[in-house]
Write a protein that binds this ligand. Sequence first.
Ligand SMILES: [Zn+2]
Length: 110
Amino acid sequence: MSDYNWCHGPECHQQQTQSRIRGSGNNKVLRTIKIKHNSNYRSHERYQMFNYFCGQNCLFDFIRTHLASMIAIAPRREALETPIKVEKEKDTDWRGDPYTRTRITSKNSS
Ligand SMILES: [Zn+2]
């Protein structure tokens, strides 16, 4: 497996930054950013996307371009629900005035 990915941002190669300039003389180009696979990202699932995108702009460009396909992969046809317990507690604020606090706890977590 390659240690590098090309950024998947559809317009990555059009961003005018020094880091994207390749070539010499009259044959210069702006090139897609090459991303080194970061093994830390592998263990932190919420940041894995940055093994494939050089930044949030490229990530959101990709989402904008491929939104219909992404929704088609996992369409949501009905609302999801999380069972909860709602408790009302009487308390006093910093002035000593009474108020009711609403505490929401998930029934799935103990
Ligand atoms: Zn990019």
